[in-house]
Design a protein around this ligand. Structure first.
Ligand code: GLA
Length: 795
């Protein structure tokens, strides 16, 4: 959208205010609330677009009151029965509240009412916390004042028209002479009339991130929170709530997420009167913020979306928002390199020679970036030592990072490096010199995670220690990529520099954001990928500084279908590092075909993380072909429109991605376990133009003949012994081509459901038979046909 386009559909403004009614519009949604005579804000609507009009029909009618409800001073007004934008405390609203503040009179009672408002062009950045970016955005700033004390609550609403996202946050200003104590402050409150909703949240742990759980909420409270000090792999801050009939593609769905990387909490409460309240913000566990006279506390920004097109609609809104408004400007829509990472191949055991040999192979297969992972510094030969130190280990890397980087550059590859800057091992130079830098409570023995302690990022000197050491390395060696790791949950929360220990965890995140801001602004062209034992800190806060995240330490493609599929509810493929690794897989022992490992990774940011020298000649050719195809199409593989599908009989998973115009794309068809004598597979594509002509064709791929064992007799007239020498040798020189199917038809047919070839069912091999077996897969490539007048329909 152009920046001067302030009018939207039918002349509707992005933010319109009339008679104290606030009407916020995005492309497909409207958010409307009004100022009540009492000064409180009543939510009138959040959902389908509505034009500005007389909204009396949407006012809550409180003509009969309700039994035991407590009445506000205005005649006949019951706060507990109203959908409010922000609730007063102690005035009769007994639902979960967005704020808990000890006021100057020692009470927890406050009552914020409308004072002024202002409409601001663009976004309103914050000091210390990330905000979404976008010149074309508009912000509504509403100031509310407590009826007794000079304390102000400022609400911000920023509209991102094309993304269908409205961000919200608040700030609390203390104009009294006393210190206020904030024990809870959310970023948003949203009240809607809903008696029953389904809630979708992501759960999990190490190597099992992003498990989507959908549950029904009726009267009562559901709280989704993280207490590990970071956004965590146990409970991602993204939450969907929806009509109980909503599916992936249809029905009204709402979503919230936070631009924050620390403890978070989202509360959903359905009251006995059929009102749904949603609160989201900083987690209140171990949180207490003394707000001195004249100070303001700002909450992280929350992103809100809604769609009538089911969960895919809501996810696509979030994906658009992340790609256009969250990640750093330089990296928005910028293609990401295909990388090679040495970690799973070598762990700590490498030398410069080994790395260079690997890099050479990576280059020969078409990779573009070589990432040297953990183990390059100090005494880091295992995970018990070295964290905190930045001296290169000359035994492993005699020509240093500069020398190694230059050699890798000379091969025509970029060079990337791993850091874990927020941590320290007790066995390290840093800890010996500054044991006080580590977070621990005086006189208590701190708990460790992966043998390491957390540095106290509340302290400026600790922040500067990290900034200075990393700056020196990035200036010295030719580094174009950084993997920023953080491998433990925080415990023993204590800082020697805060006014109250309830500030420590939030202060840690503010310190981290300062460090990341300084470094990413200093080196804007270095690609930063964040990581936390995989996806333990997969959130919009990290993405505001670092455009991609190592999704999971689990690279088993079958496990990845769940992990990437789960995270896709909130995060686009352009944020998910996805690597092809070895089989059997190191975390699951599962054997999977090379092509499936690639097909899953192609729905993210492709990389390879395996011992390349273990690949035989034919596998190398296969990898080369994969990389060439990925590079040719990465514009939309990384930034296209992503669709999930309902799993078929629990045994088939499909993903699809389309370019912005809906002209090119790919559908991934992944089989979990093979069914005997399987039924017919029908692939119902999504999002195509009904009337346009398309070609859909299987991406050429080959299979390892060893997978067929003695069954090879179906294919070759020569009898080969399974596991025998000839077969073991033959697989080096021959791989079996997958069947290829090609169809040409209008989009409507492909969306109605393409009936593809039958699968193998024990009745003999034929070149047209689809041989998938357990964990087999195929990609169906979608390409619009040239139009009849000869013009190509896509750029
Ligand atoms: C974490 C990361 C891995 C790898 C190791 C190195 O587990 O998630 O990718 O970098 O640390 O120690």
């Amino acid at each position: 959208m152009k920046s001067n386009n302030i009018h939207t559909r039918k002349g509707q403004k992005m933010i319109d205010v009339k008679n104290k009614v606030f009407h916020l519009s995005t492309k497909d949604s409207a958010y409307i609330f009004r100022v009540l005579p009492s000064g409180h804000l009543e939510n009138l609507h959040y959902g389908e677009p509505l034009v500005m009009q007389d909204f009396t029909g949407l006012h809550m009618k409180q003509n009969a009151g309700a039994g035991s409800s407590v009445q506000y001073k205005e005649q006949g007004m019951f706060l507990d029965l109203l959908p409010l934008e922000i609730s007063p405390s102690g005035k009769g609203d007994y639902r979960a509240l967005p704020l808990e503040v000890e006021m100057p009179d020692g009470s927890y009672v406050f009552d914020f009412v409308y004072a002024t408002h202002e409409i601001i062009e663009g976004t309103v950045p914050m000091e210390g916390l990330p905000t979404a970016k976008g010149e074309e955005a508009k912000t509504l700033k509403l100031t509310l004042r407590d009826v007794l004390f000079p304390v102000e609550l400022i609400l911000y609403y920023t509209t991102f028209y094309e993304s269908n996202v409205i961000t919200r946050r608040m700030a609390l200003y203390n104009g009294t002479q006393e210190t206020l104590k904030i024990s809870k402050i959310m970023s948003l409150q949203l009240d809607l009339l809903k008696e029953e909703v389904d809630v979708l949240t992501l759960h999990g742990g190490w190597i099992k991130e992003g498990k989507a759980v959908r549950r029904r909420l009726q009267e009562g409270i559901f709280k989704h929170t993280s207490r590990t000090g970071s956004s965590s792999n146990r409970s991602n801050p993204g939450v969907l709530f929806m009509d109980k009939r909503a599916t992936e593609d249809a029905g009204r769905v709402y979503g919230v997420n936070l631009l924050y990387s620390g403890n978070h909490e989202t509360t959903l409460e359905v009251s006995g009167h059929g009102l749904l309240r949603v609160l989201t913000g900083i987690g209140s566990a171990q949180f207490l913020w003394p707000l001195a006279a004249g100070e303001t506390f700002e909450t992280p920004e929350a992103a809100l979306t809604t769609s009538e097109q089911g969960m895919n609609g809501a996810s696509q809104n979030f994906h658009h928002f992340v790609n256009h408004h969250v990640v750093p400007k330089y990296w928005q829509q910028r293609p990401r390199p295909v990388l090679m990472n040495n970690w799973e191949a070598t762990f700590f055991d490498f030398t410069e020679r080994k790395i260079l040999a690997m890099a050479k192979e990576a280059k020969s297969m078409g990779m573009e970036l070589f990432v040297l992972d953990d183990g390059w510094f100090g005494d880091r030969n295992h995970d018990r030592a070295g964290l905190g130190d930045y001296e290169v280990n000359k035994k492993k890397l005699p020509s240093g990072l500069k020398g190694l980087g230059e050699k890798i550059r000379a091969m025509g590859l970029d060079f990337g490096l791993w850091f874990e800057p927020e941590m320290v091992n007790e066995d390290s130079g840093l800890y010996r010199a500054h044991p006080d830098y580590a977070m621990k409570v005086p006189r208590r023995i701190p708990s460790v995670g992966r043998n390491q302690l957390v540095l106290d990022l509340n302290r400026l000197e600790v922040q500067d220690y990290i900034i200075n050491h990393i700056t020196a390395i990035l200036k010295d060696a030719p580094i174009s990529y950084v993997k920023w790791d953080m491998n433990r949950h925080i415990s023993d929360v204590y800082s020697s520099v805060v006014a109250h220990q309830g500030m420590t965890l939030h202060g840690y995140i503010l310190g981290l954001y300062r460090v990341m801001k300084v470094l990413t602004e200093r080196f804007p062209k270095i690609l930063f990928e964040s990581c936390s034992s995989g996806g333990n800190r997969f959130d919009l806060g990290m993405l505001s500084y670092m455009p991609q995240i190592w999704t999971s330490d689990n690279t088993d493609p079958i496990a990845r279908l769940k992990i990437q599929g789960g995270l896709s509810y909130f995060y686009p493929p352009s944020t998910m590092g996805a690597h092809v690794s070895e089989s059997p897989h190191q975390q699951t022992l599962r054997r999977t075909p090379l092509e499936t490992r690639f097909h899953v990774a192609a729905f993210g940011l492709l990389g390879y993380e395996l011992e390349l020298s273990h690949l035989n000649q034919k596998e190398r050719e296969e990898v080369k072909r994969q990389i060439t195809w990925y590079k040719d199409h990465r514009r939309w593989l990384q930034f296209g429109r992503f669709y999930r599908f309902d799993p078929v009989k629990g045994q088939r998973v499909n993903f699809q991605i389309l370019d912005e115009e809906g002209h090119q794309g790919v559908l991934g068809n992944f089989q979990l376990l093979q069914e005997p004598s399987p039924t017919f597979d029908v692939l119902a594509f999504k999002g195509l133009h009904k009337e346009k002509q398309y070609v859909v064709e299987t991406l050429k791929a080959t299979m390892d003949i060893e997978a067929f064992g003695g069954l090879l007799k179906h294919i070759t007239p020569v009898k080969l012994k399974p596991g025998g020498l000839i077969l073991r040798n033959a697989r080096k020189f021959y791989r079996l081509p997958h069947n290829v199917e090609r169809y040409e038809a209008k989009g409507d047919l492909f969306m109605a459901g393409l009936r593809v070839h039958q699968q193998f069912m024990g009745t003999g091999y034929h070149k047209d038979t689809r041989m998938l077996g357990d964990f087999g897969s195929q990609l169906m490539v979608i390409q619009v046909k040239e139009e009849e007048d000869g013009k190509r329909t896509r750029v």
